[in-house]
Design a binder for this molecule. Sequence first.
Ligand code: GDP
Length: 421
Amino acid sequence: MFGFLKEKLKSWFGKSEKEAAEAEKKEKNKTKKELAKIKKEEKKLKEKLKRELKAEKKAKKKEENLEKQIAKEEEKLKTEEKIELAEKEIEIIAKSEEKAEQIEEEIEEEEKEIEETKEELKKDEGKKQGFFSKLKSFFSYSITESNFEEIFSDLELLLLESNVALEAVEKIKSDLKKQLVGKEIKKEKLEEEIKNALSNSIMDMMIDPENLVDKIKTHKKNSGEPYVILFFGINGAGKTTGIAKIAKLLEKNKISCVLAAADTFRAAAIEQLAIHADRLGVKIIKGNYGADPASVGFEAIKYAKANNVGAVLIDTAGRMHTKENLLHEMEKISRVTKPNLKIFVAEAVSGNDATEQARAFNDLIGIDGSMLSKVDVDEKGGAILSISFITKKPIMYLGVGQNYEDIELFNKKKFIERLGL
Ligand code: GDP
């Protein structure tokens, strides 16, 4: 039993072993093919993977770039926001400035209104006081800058006509301005006020001299030396007469003196002084015509010292060929005689010329004071004031006539009285 099947199976199995081997072969080939295919597939897959990886990397980079761009955009947006904010702030500031201006304008307007109200109130007040203020201005005069100029222009003319130098006039003007402008003066007092102001100004411009007699006495007492006085001035100024007048004055006050005729450039000058010395009974030292003036002065001092004489009065030349000569001469005589006093002599009548001479001599040798002759014939008086103001030195004596007694110690109060102030 079952042999058949057994056989059949056996043949089948035998047959199928072959087939199986072939199939196995086939299968192996197939597998090889499939393996190759799989490898190919695998390679393909790997490449695909690579590509995908690359693409992924690229995508990532792109994404990163995008993120950066977004960040930048965001930054940009932030800046724009800031700008916007700043603009808003500027707008707010501008608005508040506008408002401040508006407020200022309103304040100004209000102030204007207040001023207008004040003006109106003043007007009302004025209406009330009108009669009294009118009455006041009827009796009084208020001096302002402009009407002062009007008042002073007349006075200025008067002063210039009286030989008052321009600098002195300017000084008077500024003094008067200070004293008068802004003043309310009763009409009947106007003249008196102007006179007072003028008198104050002149008092301020002049210097009262020291008493020469006292000075010489003190000097003699303290040093035992003679008091030396040099006299300067142009020819004809009244120098010799002036010296003689002083000699007389000193003798009267028990001060002995010696005269020195040091104007050796003019024979007439030596003679003239000698006549005065003779008349007064006073010693004179004179050199010959053309001698060295400094040595004449020196001799006179020597004589005074030897004879216990109180004062030496030295006459000097009034004119040289050139200003340099005169300067040299004055400098030398001053150096040699070492005077205690240098007096400039001029004629008051020569007015502005006398003032200019005073300026020149003062610049040249530096004077200590002035003596003005012929005041008895000078009606103007301007030179006295001008010389005093320009030299800033006192007017010491005034010559008031041709006699030896016609000499006055200058006194500014008296001078002002003479001017009618
Ligand atoms: P010097 O050249 O400077 O020495 O001048 P003088 O002393 O010789 O004076 C010249 C002239 O003026 C003389 O005739 C003097 O009599 C005269 N004189 C001098 N002083 C006065 C004075 O005070 N009054 C008047 N009226 N004449 C004077």
